[in-house]
Design a protein around this ligand. Structure first.
Ligand code: SF4
Length: 247
């Protein structure tokens, strides 16, 4: 199978099985999405979604967040991972938005990464989700699923994976492909125990094919051997003989 056939197969599969794929973060505008994505680093979307309603109520825009203090923001996000750093980032990000970007979230990845708390992954999410640009945010799910499916080869870090994905996916597919891979990784292709039985991509999955081969070569485990021997063991005639209570 050539690389382009592989990509075609994967795109066709997800187009059919996940025609709608979107971020699970709840937000009402670009500012809120930016805040939510910053908070979601090393944290689940579910946890972020529990935290943001009160935060957005108190800080409905960059101006109100910029005028706040790190301590106050911390009190709203204390249940999120790394609340100290994230509180600092949020206030710093809001101040920069107000002072340097005229209160507007920039659409350009190179501008976005200037904001405190915004790395390449976050910038790519904003550029892709809000501005529909062909940028691929590579998080742990995207990195793992793309490698298992053979969409990336030998990528050692998210940037290498991002470059391979972007150069092989059609531009118009990139924004949705990001969500396909995240959702597949979150619900089917789990890190420790992928649910291959529920996955329709086994026929082309490199990880699955390798696992099949490895399992076939593995010597049977002690318990497996025991149960095989038990199954083969003929039933003894004594055991077969019906017992009689009369002599
Ligand atoms: S077959 Fe298994 S390892 Fe491969 S993508 Fe599907 S769930 Fe992941």
């Amino acid at each position: 199978m050539t690389r382009s056939e592989r990509y075609r197969h994967i795109i066709d599969y997800f187009t059919e099985h996940r025609p709608v794929a979107e971020t699970e973060l709840v937000y009402g505008n670009t500012y809120e999405l930016l805040v939510a994505v910053i908070l979601s680093a090393q944290c689940t979307d579910k946890r972020v979604n529990l935290t943001t309603p009160a935060l957005f109520k108190r800080f409905p825009d960059a101006q109100s967040l910029a005028e706040s203090s790190v301590d106050e923001v911390f009190s709203y996000i204390r249940s999120i991972s790394y609340p100290n750093n994230k509180a600092k980032h949020l206030v710093g990000m809001a101040r920069m938005l107000v002072h340097d970007f005229n209160n507007e979230v920039p659409s350009d990845v190179n501008e976005l990464v200037k904001l405190p708390g915004v790395g390449r992954k976050t910038a790519n999410v904003i550029a892709s989700v809000v501005f529909n640009q062909p940028t691929m945010a590579v998080d742990t799910h995207v990195f793992r699923v793309a490698a298992r499916l053979g969409m990336t080869t030998g990528a050692k870090n998210p940037l290498q994976a991002e470059k391979q994905l972007v150069s092989n996916l059609p531009d118009e597919i990139i924004p949705i492909a990001h969500h396909w891979l995240i959702l597949h990784g979150r619900y089917v292709c789990l890190a420790r125990s992928p649910r291959c039985g529920e996955c329709g991509l086994t026929s082309i999955c490199l990880f699955y094919q390798k696992k099949l081969k490895t399992d076939a070569l593995k010597p049977p485990t002690a318990s497996k051997k025991k149960s095989e021997q038990k199954a083969k063991k003929p039933v003894s005639s004594a055991a077969k003989k019906p017992t009689s209570s009369k002599k």
